[in-house]
Write a protein that binds this ligand. Structure first.
Ligand code: ATP
Ligand code: MG
Length: 424
């Protein structure tokens, strides 16, 4: 036998029955997006490396150590597998002048790539669903994108997920805060790890985002950006809070919430659960009013979020939510291969009429075929036996409902009795 080839470390196969959870999740997401008037956008998985270096910021975890970057050996182009969705969507919107006639509400679903240490809730290929609302500057859209997450938790049957909120203000406000932050961390140099020391002067705000437990006290004591916000920033934040209050959505203000990319300003938020261990953030987002301009477009505000699908599905499993399992309406049993042409013609007609039919494949005895029919959880077995065919009928045997009795249906008019098989 040939040497087996395995999947790349940190990248997962999703097979049935597990894949049914994914389909159900994505169907639920698409229905939600329609209700909120967000339209689907699809951008390439590979982008020019400078898009992320410029867009996300040079001194960020992602750009410094997590990107799958490579040189296209055919032409020398510097390329990167997208580590997140926002930069690509903004590039596409700018490239196609999509904001020429006003704001756009967009969503995407797809894989992202980060070279991280694989563990529960942390993979090298993982999936995100995300939204981007571009061209809207007010806190009303902040509330909208946050509340659509709450609606999704409800649609999925998830219980309480905690909303954490912060404001990063504007660049000039961050500049004043930055000086105070550097002074604070310089005064406590001995408590900083190597990464924090390195970032002290290049990107001190990032230090607040540290996952090092030993640094929590010094980070906790750091000056708060919230205290440096001007009137306009505070007004935006108050506006958002008033709308969340009115909608009955509780939140916790977390002054340490800074998010992993440099493009954010004003509102930032995360949805967090305690049920997933260390990887408890299932969704994160915020406002990025400078990004469109940074990527070469006419200045336009934006806000969005990205949600880790693996983590949401893990949480669903933790709280015991079982998505509906896809089962066929009918399982066609064909004891004699001579009946296959008639069976094929009939099940095709039933499928065309909207019935989900699984046609037995691989032969075998009547008994073994019935075992398969049972295991499929179909509501009916269709029996294409020699006697039935001779009489021009197929036997329809209810498999789930003990009280119902077997009947026969004419082979020449399947469309006439298809409706009785269809799941209501
Ligand atoms: P973390 O702090 O856990 O590293 P992050 O801040 O890097 O997350 P974002 O860039 O905000 O994550 O991405 C949005 C969401 O995508 C996260 O909240 C999480 O649910 C998910 N996510 C991020 N990285 C991974 C990964 N390596 N594997 C699986 N899901 C991930
Ligand atoms: Mg990360």
């Amino acid at each position: 036998m040939a040497e087996p080839i395995q999947a790349v470390k940190g990248m997962n196969d999703i097979l049935p029955p597990e894949s049914a959870r994914w389909e159900w999740f994505e169907d639920t997401v698409r229905a939600l997006m329609r209700r909120y008037s967000y339209r689907y956008v699809r951008t390439p998985i590979v982008e020019p490396t400078p898009l992320f270096v410029r867009g996300l910021g040079e001194v960020t975890d992602i750009v410094e150590k997590e990107m799958y970057s490579f040189t296209d050996s055919m032409n020398g182009d510097a390329l990167t597998l997208r580590p997140e969705g926002t930069a690509g969507v903004v590039r596409a919107v700018v490239e196609h002048s999509a904001l020429y006639d006003g704001g756009k509400r967009l969503f995407y679903i797809g894989p992202m790539y980060r070279h991280e240490k694989p563990q529960r809730g942390r993979y090298r290929e993982f999936y995100q669903v995300g939204v981007e609302a571009l061209g809207f500057g007010g806190p009303d859209v902040d509330a909208e994108v946050i509340l659509m997450c709450r609606a999704l938790w409800k649609d999925l049957g998830l219980g309480e997920v905690r909303l954490e909120l912060n404001s990063l203000g504007q660049p000039d406000e961050r500049k004043a805060h930055r000086a105070a932050l550097i002074a604070h961390f310089e005064a406590h140099q001995d408590l900083l790890d190597a990464e924090a020391k390195r970032r002290l002067h290049s990107n001190p705000l990032r230090i607040l985002d540290t996952k090092n437990p030993a640094m929590q006290p010094v980070v906790e004591a750091a000056p708060r950006l919230m205290d440096y916000l001007g009137e306009a920033s505070l007004k935006h934040f108050d506006g958002l809070k008033a709308m969340l209050d009115a909608a009955g959505q509780p939140y916790r203000i977390n002054p340490r919430l800074v998010r992993g990319m440099d493009y954010y300003n004003l509102t930032v938020f995360e949805w967090v659960t305690d049920k997933l261990g260390a990887q408890g953030t299932i969704c994160g987002g915020g406002r990025y009013d400078g990004l469109v301009e940074l990527i070469g477009g006419k200045p336009a505000p934006g806000i969005g979020w990205g949600m880790g699908i693996e983590r949401v599905l893990d949480l669903l499993q933790q709280v015991g939510v079982q998505p509906p399992r896809p089962v066929p309406d009918a399982y066609a049993v064909v004891p004699d291969a001579a009946a296959l042409p008639v069976a094929t013609r009939t099940v095709e007609a039933l499928r065309a009429a909207g019935v989900c039919v699984q046609l037995h494949a691989g032969g075998g005895s009547m008994k073994s075929q019935f075992k398969k029919a049972d295991a499929s959880q179909a509501r009916f077995a269709l029996i294409f036996g020699a006697d039935e065919l001779a009489a021009g009928v197929v036997a329809v045997k209810p498999l789930r409902d003990g009280a119902a009795t077997q009947s026969t249906q004419p082979l020449d008019t399947p469309a006439a009795w298809a409706a009785a098989l269809r799941t209501p």
